[in-house]
Write a protein of this length. Structure first.
Lengths: 294, 494
């Protein structure tokens, strides 16, 4: 018989101090791609770099020619590799830049009207979540994920991230839940159970879409090499030979068609710090860090 | 290749297949695809081609038969080869073609009608009731529904509904380029990203006739074995959690996080995504072999010390011993993959039987077989594999240090990490040993694009065995049995 209680003391405290103190691993994280230079003389072919159609180049006649939808980015890194003059990895899964309060907020760089909408969404969310800021109960639902997202959510319950120290708890019953944390692209089979879970929650409730799959469907819904974030629809590539196994028809483009999403988290999968960050943003706990951007 | 287009062809083929399996070969999969009319008789319409895969010795043989165009059914394979049970249900879901004589043709990966989903009652008797458990389950879990038929404690029958997560992965592959396909393969079963990418790339490389450079083979083994350790430690954490050993569960969770952080330190992704590409790997590890060896040493010491303690905690062992036994006969008959098979005396390990990448040169030996087949044996097999993985990883790190490329780790100069791989057309099978067992990909390319790709995860092949392991086990054994299987639902309902 081994004394597990004593073994548990062996390594001292392994828990991160974030968000009180910065964490080297959180900030050294490789995040979704960003546009570091949108004034490209020859934007031709930039859109084709992305396997999920996250990049739109020169389509809009606005001043910002190259835009990138982080909600579609699956972190394959092809754009940053092929055109390091235009694209780069973002650093850090935490802070105000790592999750958005509107879907458009993930499309970089922002347009002026996006910033207005984000401000309004933030004010509305703040009002709703004022009462549950210090004690939050979360219900997780897998809406058709690849399985890796669950690992990253489970990591939050371990000693390293330990969300209990922040007053955040996972609950089995949607009746006790304040936050609905959804992973996965929104498969047809999970649409009903997901909706039922949302409806079983009391108001006020907040929905987080965690990961590129939950935000946009990611690689599952995107048209290969399509023109950009606004034009990419369900893909019908290939001969229509699989009968009722309608592939992309099975998967919707993210979970926002099933439940109303408040916080959008990029990443494929999103890192534990990214999900933790989104949970705190959802209940206004990082409000003081919100300066500008989104 | 001309195919006999007749139903008797199917019956004859099944006879041959059953004879081979009786002689010791292993059933590895049954897939269906429509052969486009232009490659055959355009006027007759598309024919459904059934491809059965058989693992025999050093290769995977594909036996196929074309059904007549417009055929509504064919004689089922399941009565002869029981392992085809779920495969034929998937084919029925996808194409509507009826395997005649199939014992239970309910929808598996697609929604059926409302009647199909009325609570099934397979066991009748006084006080029997059904507990529907899922798809939204307590805790952070993947979506699956278990229908537990019980008189209160015992579980005389268990039924599973896996269709909730069906994402249409097979269909999504169609039309993708060979280079893009690997991104989707990594997302077919996220906790075995590397193994799926490997199996896919092996098929692509077989079509293109290229082989990855030696350095790439080492980096592939590096990530595949780290993925194995992360998965096995995760299983240990879940088993400890089920037994209420909070400290043990927490410690294994810390070890798992350390493994994932090591992986992200090596490649930037916690799941090794983006490493494996057709022809090799995308880059060298970002960590020097020396630093890798140091971290591996620390990690192994920490993991194995807790593993030894866990395997000496009698209150824990009592919960696992004789729990969820899979008989060796059933394991052999089904061709149970991975640790589940190895715990029941059936050893199918793609790394030793059909070695790939750097495994042949590293000299991997099969792990010790266990015969008891219970949850404890499955955990013991996992620890044996973890020990073996650390040993392999140390050898990989030393090899990396020995190569010139090792000195250049982290820079862009030096030896190649990938061979040119530009496949045009063809069909091949590829495999890799995931932590859950063998992953099999059957890829067909036309004009450099995927026309059909069947991924078959070990989770899909093995999960059906959950039907057969509740011998006298009760409701409180359920989490142990589920955790000891260590499967991913995403890989089941592709």
């Amino acid at each position: 018989m081994s004394l597990w209680a004593l073994r548990g003391l062996r390594n001292g405290v392994v828990t991160t101090k974030w968000p009180k103190r910065p964490d080297g691993y959180a900030d050294g994280w490789r995040g979704p791609a960003v546009v570091q230079n949108q004034d490209v003389a020859e934007p031709v072919g930039l859109g084709e770099l992305c396997p999920t159609g996250a990049i739109s180049a020169g389509a809009g006649a606005s001043t910002r020619a190259v835009r990138l939808d982080q909600g579609r980015c699956i972190l394959c890194g092809r754009c940053a590799e092929a055109r390091p003059d235009v694209f780069a990895w973002s650093a850090g899964a935490t802070g105000s830049d790592a999750a958005a309060l509107t879907r458009e907020g993930l499309v970089l760089p922002h347009l002026p009207e996006d910033d207005e909408a984000i401000g309004a969404a933030r004010a509305r969310l703040r009002e709703r979540t004022a009462a549950l800021r210090r004690s939050v109960h979360v219900r997780h639902v897998d809406g058709g994920s690849d399985g890796s997202e669950e690992w990253e959510v489970q990591a939050l319950l371990g000693p390293v991230y330990d969300i209990h120290r922040l007053g955040v708890f996972f609950t089995a019953s949607p009746r006790h839940a304040d936050v609905l944390l959804v992973t996965g692209a929104g498969s047809a089979g999970m649409a009903g159970p997901l909706r039922a879970t949302y409806e079983a929650m009391p108001d006020p409730r907040v929905v987080i879409a965690a990961g590129a799959d939950a935000v946009s469907g990611g690689l599952l819904s995107a048209g290969l090499n399509s023109a950009g974030p606004n034009s990419a629809g369900p893909d019908s590539a290939g001969p229509d030979s699989a009968g009722p196994d309608g592939g992309s028809a099975t998967v919707m483009g993210g979970v926002s068609g099933i439940v109303p999403v408040d916080v959008w988290v990029p990443g494929s999968p999103p890192s534990p710090f990214g999900i933790l960050n989104a949970l705190l943003i959802a209940v206004g706990r990082l409000a003081d860090d919100w300066k500008g951007a989104r | 290749m001309t195919l006999p287009a007749s139903e008797t062809g199917a019956a004859e083929l099944w006879e041959k297949l059953a004879a081979r399996i009786a002689a010791g070969d292993r059933f590895a999969g049954l897939f269906a695809a429509l052969r486009s009319p232009h490659s055959g008789d355009a006027a007759a319409g598309a024919a459904l081609v059934l491809s059965a895969h058989v693992a025999a010795g050093a290769g995977i043989d594909t036996m196929q038969v074309a059904l007549p165009p417009g055929a509504a059914g064919y004689p089922a394979l399941t009565p002869l080869v029981g392992a085809a049970f779920w495969y034929e249900r998937v084919i029925h879901d996808q194409f509507g073609v009826v395997p005649r004589g199939h014992p239970r043709l309910a929808p598996l990966v697609l929604h059926g009608s409302a009647e199909d989903h009325a609570l099934p009652r397979h066991v009748a008797g006084y006080g029997m009731f059904t507990i529907p458990h899922g798809p939204v389950r307590s805790g952070v879990m993947e979506s699956i529904e278990y229908l537990v038929e019980t008189p209160g404690e015992a579980i005389p029958h268990l039924n599973m509904r896996v269709f909730y997560k069906h994402r249409g992965i097979e269909k999504r592959f169609e039309g993708m380029s060979a280079a893009d396909g690997v991104l989707l393969a990594e997302r077919a079963e996220g906790i075995a990203s590397v193994a799926h990418a490997l199996a896919y790339c092996h098929a692509i490389e077989r079509i293109a006739g290229c082989s990855p450079p030696e350095l790439a083979g080492l980096v592939r083994v590096l990530h595949a074995e780290l993925e194995r350790i992360a998965n096995h430690v995760d299983v240990a954490a879940k088993l400890a959690d089920a037994a209420g050993l909070a400290v043990a569960a927490a410690r294994f969770a810390v070890h798992k996080e350390r493994v994932l952080r090591l992986v992200s330190g090596l490649c930037g992704s916690r799941f090794g995504r983006g490493v494996v590409v057709p022809g090799g790997v995308s880059a060298r590890p970002r960590m020097s072999p020396g630093a890798l060896l140091t971290e591996l040493g620390r990690l192994e010491k920490a993991v194995m010390a807790d593993a030894d303690s866990l395997m000496a905690t009698s209150s824990f062992l009592d919960r696992l011993r004789t729990t969820g036994p899979l008989t060796p006969a059933r394991a052999r008959e089904h061709g149970a993959l991975g640790p589940i098979g190895r715990a029941s005396g059936f050893s199918a390990d793609a790394r030793t039987e059909r070695p790939y990448d750097a495994y042949p040169s590293l000299g991997l030996l099969p792990v010790r077989a266990h015969e008891t087949g219970d949850a404890l044996a499955r955990l013991a097999v996992r620890w044996d594999e973890v020990v073996q993985s650390f040993d392999l990883l140390r050898r990989v790190a030393r090899e990396l240090a020995g190569t010139a490329a090792g000195e250049l780790a982290g820079t862009d100069g030096g030896g190649a990490t990938a061979a040119a791989c530009e496949p045009a057309a063809g069909r091949a099978a590829g495999w890799a040993e995931a932590p859950q067992g063998e992953v099999l990909y059957d890829v067909t390319l036309e004009d450099g694009r995927i026309s059909r790709c069947h991924p078959r995860s070990a989770s899909f092949h093995n999960l059906v065995l959950m039907h057969d392991v509740f011998a006298g086990d009760i409701l409180t054994d359920f989490p142990f049995i589920e955790a000891s299987f260590g499967l991913s639902v995403a890989g089941v309902a592709l």
